[in-house]
Design a binder for this molecule. Structure first.
Ligand code: TUI
Length: 314
């Protein structure tokens, strides 16, 4: 059994977080992950506060275990959601795509565990100083909004920069990746892409199908020019967007081209105009299964790998 201080800190069985995937990670998925012994996380994404409130209530009706909410800091509703997590007594807040400094004091004084995603050493040091409880080090192999560095170089550098426990994210979808993360110094893992194939994940069936059929080179990063690089499956949308991005389309038009594309993929499975966020590890996701089985399987795979690591030492 793999345990770490993250389990004690949050009252969870396995040090496994489910990534806060915008328009996908709802109350039902989060509850299934938490009931499976991990930390289920509801994605606020760009959705209004009422949506988040509803999903938290759904999750809490389905589990008595701790749950988290991921606040996407580029959202126009981030301030609203920051209050709602306090009102709804959410146990854990993770943040992404920005700097959550202005919220941390209030979350902490409300008893919320604060776990920001960091993509640089500077941000890790700042979050440590401001009283975060742990950090998620997310490498650019991940789906969605990506930083510059890969998981293998980011995790040890973040571990060296902080005394807080670090959760590794980006490029992890099985026990090999999980074991590697622990060897790099992480005390937990976060997976997004792998949970897309959970039975309890309510994403459109066409999205799941694309993940199950994904191959090694099937993702690409778009949006660098606007300062919001995003990794998604190579589709009609990503090709059209890249063409516009490098073909000189004005910024406002380019911004408009991306608006609504995440929702179209997640809710409608729209293969033409949808943006199907996915990590580079999508190709090793091969089957649908209950969220609880995903957690167990990944942890059970990692255990013998970590045990046998000592065989390399002569
Ligand atoms: O946030 C994510 N992944 C996401 S957010 C998202 S929704 C979206 N919609 C429109 C445009 C962009 C995104 C889909 N996927 N992952 C966590 C993450 N956070 N990755 C990288 C970062 C990050 C980047 C910069 C965290 C902090 C940061 O600090 C910048 C600063 O303010 O100094």
């Amino acid at each position: 059994m793999i345990k770490s201080e993250i389990c004690d800190m949050l009252g969870i069985e396995y040090p496994v977080f489910q990534g806060g995937m915008a328009w996908i990670a709802d109350g039902e998925l989060a509850a299934a992950v938490s009931n499976g012994g991990g930390l289920g996380i509801i994605a606020a994404g760009n959705a209004p506060g009422d949506y988040v409130k509803e999903q938290v209530r759904i999750a809490k009706s389905l589990t008595s275990k701790p749950i988290g909410v991921n606040i996407m800091l580029l959202s126009p509703y981030a301030d609203d959601v920051a209050k709602i997590v306090i009102e709804e007594k959410v146990e854990v807040v993770t943040t992404g795509a920005g700097n959550p400094s202005k919220y941390i004091k209030e979350w902490k004084s409300s008893g919320i565990k604060v776990i920001p995603v960091v993509a640089s050493v500077a941000m890790a040091k700042l979050m440590t100083r401001l009283g975060a409880d742990a950090l998620i080090a997310e490498g650019g192999e991940s789906g969605g909004h990506v930083g510059e560095l890969t998981t293998i170089v980011l995790v040890p550098q973040i571990c060296d920069a902080t005394s807080l426990p670090v959760i590794a994210a980006g490029g992890i979808a099985d026990g090999r990746g999980a074991a590697a993360a622990f060897v790099l110094g992480a005390r937990g893992i976060q997976m997004g892409t792998r949970f897309l194939s959970a039975f309890e994940c309510n994403v459109h069936p066409a999205y799941k199908e694309k993940i199950l059929k994904a191959t090694d080179l099937c993702t690409a990063v778009t949006g660098k020019r606007l300062g919001h690089p995003v990794r998604s499956l190579r589709t009609q949308f990503s090709r059209d967007y890249s063409k516009a991005e490098y073909g000189g389309m004005p910024d406002e038009e380019l911004e408009a081209l991306g608006t609504g594309a995440l929702r179209l993929a997640a809710k409608e499975g729209d293969g033409e105009k949808g943006c199907f966020l996915a990590g580079q590890i999508a190709a090793i996701v091969k089957k649908e299964q209950p969220a609880a089985d995903i957690i167990k399987e990944v942890m059970e795979e990692a255990e013998p790998i970590l045990r046998s690591a000592s065989l390399w030492v002569k």
